[in-house]
Design a protein around this ligand. Structure first.
Ligand code: NDP
Length: 333
């Protein structure tokens, strides 16, 4: 069976030589274990942090060993009474084609209810992340105006649709015309192509005006850098920022200075709060309930970009930083 290993820990832009395809044996399961053939692998921006070689909120990946990541696969051999052959499970045993591990700690997924890969996207971690950011961190209210950054990505496409279902007006930003069109198709009231303007704050103000909003009440931060600066500029008094991620910073060689206009946070009484989705899993039941209602009402759909074959996983991962994905970036085996 094949898996992807890291060749070294690194800072700076991600390069193909930092990954290698390794051949490994998959052991027979012992009592309490299962053997699984992965069908869907997830690549996510947070994985970049684990490639640096410094402990953050999770341990770094070690060069030459198996990496971790979200995966959905089918049980092919079971020595656990919890799982039967053919069951679908979510695990963190990603970046590989097959594995054997204790059944404890796996999560069964219902691939009849929703397509198996949605448990890595809208019905999984990125979906919950969008939900937590909007519900708990921003506490988005009916009628408010939200700016969703990286709007055409996994968290972004989920967040636009959830925010609309919560009764908000949504302005999305994304790179390129097609991505902006997708954001609008998913319900965004306006979309701004951040690559086509050198005055992001001005473009956002114009977008808010065009949809009859009195400015922007809340900002869902996925990007950092110039986006955060624009947010500090355009947010209304008492505006809220959910700091979910800052992908524009993940490939930096060294820390760069923060927003030049940070002082705005004082005068406007802004509130900015970061969060890690795993600290908010208590919201998962409410999330699944709302998501099913919204999906049943036709308000929410899943968007995905799929690369095929384990050998293309590094390319899929690198694509997150150049924006080759719309919706959730996935690798199908
Ligand atoms: P996405 O599917 O949004 O993929 C990343 C997207 O980011 C790209 O498609 C690209 O879109 C955009 N992007 C990349 N580089 C830049 C840049 N320099 N400037 C502006 N946009 C850029 O990924 P996810 O939805 O999985 O993640 C989105 C964010 O949420 C990330 O910051 C991630 O770290 C964070 N996150 C945080 C979690 C938490 O617990 N706090 C959990 C999950 C995700 P475009 O073409 O539009 O530029």
């Amino acid at each position: 069976s094949r898996e992807i290993h890291l060749t070294k820990n690194f800072t700076g832009p991600v390069k193909p030589d930092y990954f290698e395809l390794a051949e490994v044996d998959v052991p027979e399961p012992n009592d309490g274990e299962v053997q699984v053939k992965n069908e869907w692998l997830s690549v996510d921006p947070y994985m970049r942090g684990r490639m640096i070689g410094v402990k953050t909120y999770v341990d770094p990946f070690k060069p030459g060993g198996s990496m971790e990541g979200g995966a959905v696969g089918r049980i092919v051999k079971s020595k656990s009474d919890k799982y039967a052959e053919g069951d679908y499970v979510f695990s963190m045993h990603g970046w590989r084609e097959a594995w054997t591990a204790p059944a404890k700690g796996l999560m069964k997924v219902d691939a009849d209810l929703l397509p198996a890969q949605t448990y890595l996207g809208i019905a999984g971690m990125p979906g919950l992340t969008a939900y937590v950011g909007l519900k708990r961190i921003i506490d988005l209210k009916d009628g408010e105006t939200l700016w969703m950054s990286a709007g055409a990505g996994a968290v972004g496409t989920a967040g636009i649709q959830f925010a609309k279902a919560m009764g908000a007006k949504v302005i999305a930003t994304a790179g390129g015309k097609d991505k902006c069109a997708l954001c609008e198709q998913l319900g965004a009231d306006a979309a701004v192509d951040y690559k086509a303007t050198d005055d992001l704050a001005g473009a956002l103000r114009a977008a808010a005006k065009s949809i009859g909003s009195k400015g922007i009440d809340a900002y869902y931060e996925n990007v950092g850098g110039d986006h955060l600066e624009a947010a500090l500029d355009v947010l209304n008094q008492y505006g809220r920022i959910a700091a979910c991620g800052m992908i524009a910073r993940y490939n930096d060689d060294r820390p760069v200075p923060g927003p030049a206009n940070l002082v705005q946070i004082v005068g406007k009484s802004l509130r900015m709060q970061g969060f890690i989705v795993m600290d908010h899993v208590d919201l998962n039941d409410a999330f699944i309930k709302d998501l099913s209602d919204w999906m049943m009402a036709g308000k929410v759909q899943s968007k995905e970009t799929v690369y095929e074959g384990i050998e293309n996983m590094p390319e899929a991962f690198m694509g997150l930083f150049s924006g080759t994905n719309t919706g959730k970036m996935l690798v199908k085996l």
